[in-house]
Write a protein that binds this ligand. Structure first.
Ligand code: ADP
Length: 404
């Protein structure tokens, strides 16, 4: 089944075209990125498998034009990979926030669209863009079924004492204020893959997954189900991230707002886009730049990198306690897959559990690897994440059922 996987941001469309033969067997036909939608100089980078990449710069006024550009690239006579649009059998979309409406992927219909719309309040940067993507596909490919996969769905198994904030209960009933988590598709994928790779029975396992990228979260997976995760009502809660502050004493926020005369929107922008690595270091939101600066002796870059490892250590420690042990720790995403120094710092702190890091194996980047020694009491693995594959699989399963 040929499936187009779409990840729509407010000004971008990331896409992958996969030919799914089964859950495990598939071909990546093409992938690419449409950027700067709505800005004077937008563009598309299209990477067809086995052919040269194509880059074009042009104004892209809205998501519908962006989606048309993606489809045109896929059927282009020279750099395309399909004969016609009709070859696309289904479209799968990544959706950041599904709140407590969705504990799994769903076929798009009016009711599903209404619920995604309600969730826009909790993910104002993401969900409206996802809806634009779904509507753009409906206009350009009206007969193709669409499926939505939620970043929050995997976390729906959290118990109430993990997902409730100790605020007055009425804010939960009136406004759905609770913890939802994020990166669920990634945590689910790497926990399953990790269990398989480490020879564990997922139904009888204690796994902690560390998705450490631009956005970062750590999740406790007990017997294959999420029991806690570090992100909350929005992807701001938890640890330090590229531009997000993570946990802060809530009283700091009104204090700064009063001192600096800031509106709620301005403060939200500072916490989400101007904090984290960027805000603390004043250098960059990218861990590679901070590594370079720390190597050159910059004290703030060193502080950020120490805080990054420290936050991960504390989260892992909490989840070891919550699960009364841990069999496997998994690292994934941009920093998790590539930053061996961070992994070393984190793992060295768990010698009390009998965790033994294989220092040579830990130098690897970006590929599935066992990072602990054979006699380590806790296994540690690097598992590259693949959220698009999960979306394509779910889309295939859901679309196959409606066709039967
Ligand atoms: P996103 O959350 O946007 O998907 P990623 O998972 O790609 O982000 O993670 C981005 C982070 O990963 C950046 O801080 C970047 O420095 C780091 N990163 C990505 N690739 C590498 C690499 N090859 N080596 C070191 N760090 C990397």
């Amino acid at each position: 089944m040929i499936i187009l996987v779409i990840n729509c941001g407010s000004s971008s469309i990331k896409y992958q075209l996969l030919d799914m033969k089964s859950d495990e067997v598939y071909d990546l036909l093409a992938k690419g990125l449409v950027e700067k939608i709505g800005l004077p100089e937008g563009g598309i980078t299209h990477r067809p498998t086995g052919k040269d990449k194509v880059e074009k710069t042009l104004p892209i006024p809205d998501h519908k034009v962006g989606m048309k550009l993606v489809l045109d690239a896929l059927v282009d006579p020279s750099h395309g990979v399909l004969k016609s649009f009709d070859d696309i059998e289904a479209v799968g979309h990544r959706i950041v926030q599904g709140a407590d409406f969705f504990s799994g992927s769903a076929l798009v219909n009016d009711d599903v669209l209404k619920k995604i719309e309600i969730c826009c309040d909790f993910a104002p940067l993401h969900n409206p863009a996802h809806l634009l993507g779904i509507h753009a596909v409906s206009e350009v490919l009206p007969d193709v079924p669409q499926v939505v996969t939620f970043d929050t769905a995997f976390h729906q198994t959290m118990p109430d004492y993990a997902y409730m904030y100790a605020l007055p209960y009425e804010y939960y009933t009136k406004y759905r204020v609770r913890r939802y988590g994020a990166h669920g598709t990634s945590h689910e994928y790497v926990s399953r893959k990790g269990a398989e790779f480490a020879g564990l029975d997922i139904n009888n396992s204690k796994i902690i997954t560390c998705h450490i990228g631009n956005g970062s979260s750590v999740t406790a997976v007990l017997n294959g189900k999420c029991i806690d995760t570090s992100m909350g009502f929005t992807p701001l809660e938890g640890m330090i991230m590229g531009t997000r502050c993570g946990n802060v004493d809530c009283n700091v926020i009104p204090y700064i707002m009063k001192k600096e005369n800031l509106t709620p929107d301005q403060m939200t922008d500072i916490m989400n886009k101007k904090s984290g690595f960027l805000g603390l270091s004043g250098i960059s939101s990218d861990a590679r730049d901070l590594d370079a600066a720390a190597n050159a002796g910059d004290p703030k870059a060193k502080l950020v990198l120490k805080k990054l490892s420290y936050d991960i250590i504390k989260l892992i420690g909490q989840y070891v306690a919550a699960m009364n042990g841990v069999d496997l720790i998994v690292f994934t995403a941009g920093i998790g897959e590539n930053n061996s120094r961070m992994r070393r710092r984190v793992c060295e702190n768990f010698s009390y559990l009998g965790l033994k890091l294989d220092y040579e194996a830990n130098m690897v980047t970006g590929k599935t690897t066992m990072l602990s020694t054979p006699d380590s009491a806790v296994k540690v693995a690097l598992i590259p994440t693949d959220e698009e594959l999960v979306i394509a699989r779910d889309t295939m399963h859901i679309v196959s059922t409606i066709e039967e």
